[in-house]
Design a protein. Structure first.
Length: 193
């Protein structure tokens, strides 16, 4: 299967490009935020356990997150109606990356490519401030954006280095039209599928 991890700082266009990948390559989308909300809403045991951490403002332990992702992965791929999965928002740390690789290996799968949408920080800030002005999102202000970007860089830089050593990291210039950026991504994906 074609399993892809997509990285991108807030404002990089990761959501838009994930949608394009899903459509072109018939992939399932696993977003950790969406998964946690769905598990909680469904009242599953995993969802209840995750909520016990989230309701206290605590991070969900990696082991629990992997259990949840494994369950969702199995559910989305069991019928064979998708050709792979996009992991969006996970992993963010080296232990999470290692755990994801192990979970996939247990299923005879692996990560085919890690796509990293690279956009200069000034451009990201401009995009997010513009989005905030259009949508009224209160978290799209300079101070909050800067803090979110710092967290993103601190979390993902070591993980990106790990994937680069494994030879599966593909840095994609995230500047240009949506179609231009997707063309760059598709060139990479077509080589690994």
């Amino acid at each position: 299967m074609l399993n892809i991890v997509i990285f991108g700082a807030p404002g990089s266009g990761k959501g838009t490009q994930s949608e394009n990948l899903i459509e072109k390559y018939n992939l399932a989308h696993i977003s950790t935020g969406d998964v946690l909300r769905a598990e909680k809403a469904a009242g599953t045991e995993l969802g209840k356990l995750a909520d016990s951490y989230m309701s206290k403002g605590q991070l969900i332990p990696d082991e629990l997150m992997i259990d949840i992702l494994a369950s969702v992965f199995d559910q989305k791929t069991k019928n064979g109606d998708c050709k792979g999965v996009i992991f969006d928002g996970f992993p963010r740390t080296i232990p999470q990356g290692t755990a994801l690789s192990e979970m996939l290996k247990e299923r005879g799968e692996k990560i085919a490519a890690v796509v990293s949408l690279d956009v200069a920080e000034e451009e990201l800030i401009d995009r997010l401030i513009s989005r905030g002005q259009k949508t009224g999102r209160t978290d799209d202000n300079y101070e909050t954006i800067k803090a979110r970007l710092d967290v993103y860089y601190n979390q993902t830089t070591p993980l990106k280095e790990m994937y680069e050593k494994e030879g599966i990291l593909h840095a994609i210039e995230g500047i240009g039209t949506i179609d231009e950026i997707f063309g760059r991504i598709a060139t990479v994906v077509d080589k690994v599928k």
